[in-house]
Write a protein that binds this ligand. Sequence first.
Ligand SMILES: Cc1cc2nc3c(=O)[nH]c(=O)nc-3n(C[C@H](O)[C@H](O)[C@H](O)COP(=O)(O)OP(=O)(O)OC[C@H]3O[C@@H](n4cnc5c(N)ncnc54)[C@H](O)[C@@H]3O)c2cc1C
Length: 440
Amino acid sequence: MNGDAIVVGGGLAGLVAATRLAEAGADVTLYERRPEVGGRVRTETVDGFTLDRGFQVLFSSYPAVERELGADGLDDLDLQTFAPGATICRPGSRSTLGDPLRDPRAALPSLLNDEVSTSDKLRTLALRYDLANRDEEAFFAGPDEPIREYLRDWGFADDYVTNFVEPFYGGITLDRTLSTSKHVFEYTFRAMGRGSIGVPAAGMAALPAALADRAREAGVEVRTGEDAEAVRTAGQGRIPFRTGSADADGATVELADGSTREADAVVVAASPPEARRLTGVESVPTEGVPNVTGWYALPAGESFETGGRILLNAASESPNAVVPMSEVAPEYAPDDRALLAATFLGEESLDRGADALREDVRDALAAWFPEREFDGLETLDVHRIRFAQFAQPPGVHADLPDPDDPEGPVVLAGDYTEWSSIQGALESGRTAASAAAEYL
Ligand SMILES: Cc1cc2nc3c(=O)[nH]c(=O)nc-3n(C[C@H](O)[C@H](O)[C@H](O)COP(=O)(O)OP(=O)(O)OC[C@H]3O[C@@H](n4cnc5c(N)ncnc54)[C@H](O)[C@@H]3O)c2cc1C
């Protein structure tokens, strides 16, 4: 394949699209407006702690992860994994709900867990069996409904939904009301049964860093700190095209410094609102779901006795969950300190101050662990992310844009062409590269 391609945006989708085009022989330049690649998957270091930009996890069984990184690349991330299941917490009580098939040590406490009835435990196994052999492509097609109704249709009791599903899948979909599409539930539910959930030892940014290494090895020129102002096609006629070019249907990218770059194909892999602005494609979803993550330090020492599980708040929405990060990923904290993440959902949490959030976390921990005190809980940082995922109400996936929707040799890449996740973003990069290759 010959020809030049420009990729706008260095999130996961843009990095994959750029690599695949370069591997196929195109001359590729990627422009990322921020100083580093990764988009919504970033990591910072504060006082020796590793803080991801909003608590998030990698599912090892997402097929696109191994496809893009290879088995060795996935191993190199040195995933620090959570034990399957969760610890359900309420004032004065903590109980383990594990996955007896994947974590036999948790079988007995899970069986005895009275937050969830035996029939719902059996229903969970039946649901797993039902989804086990479904084709990958079939997950986001067909009739849809909110997660809450889907579980009711399956016969799950309200208690199970309230005590476990609300905080657990609320954390995955960033929507504790469970009004998100059942497709997201089904996909992630199966993924969890097939692999582990974890964070790379060096932080979530190790994932885009590995993808960027691959991109550079393939010959991609990765230019950070360069913002694309506009993308124009020949049909829009405002930009002079290369004289003598074999393909007069190219496209031009205007950068914020006023300069222009021409290419035979442009992949717009910017975040959804920006992708809509740049391409004018109205089916790009622009409604976002927020996430607030507070990061807290404690002196190291006492364990949270979760066996590496997330602490779910079954009694209140704030915080939705507390994650014993350094118990799962010791590399995230200096030796003498422990690191916790706490997640807060809903628009209201964006406006709450760091002190109020910390008090909620301290009060929750003190209620769940009455034998301990948490006055020393220290806020390291609070990440308020207005657009963490695009909103995924039932039916949304049927109306998402096709990569080829923009006019001319311009192609869309981003989670918003698939579903809002790392898997969706990586997969979209692959699909966009194939679509862009048609113009090269
Ligand atoms: C707090 C949080 C928790 C999450 N939890 C999970 C999880 O646990 N598991 C999971 O699978 N997914 C999770 N997600 C979702 C997942 O991170 C995203 O779906 C995925 O990273 C989207 O990647 P993307 O490449 O499509 O878009 P983005 O990551 O949005 O990348 C777009 C890139 O384009 C750049 N850009 C934008 N405009 C321009 C421009 N004009 N010029 C140049 N560059 C531009 C941006 O700076 C950005 O780098 C979470 C997200 C957040 C924020």
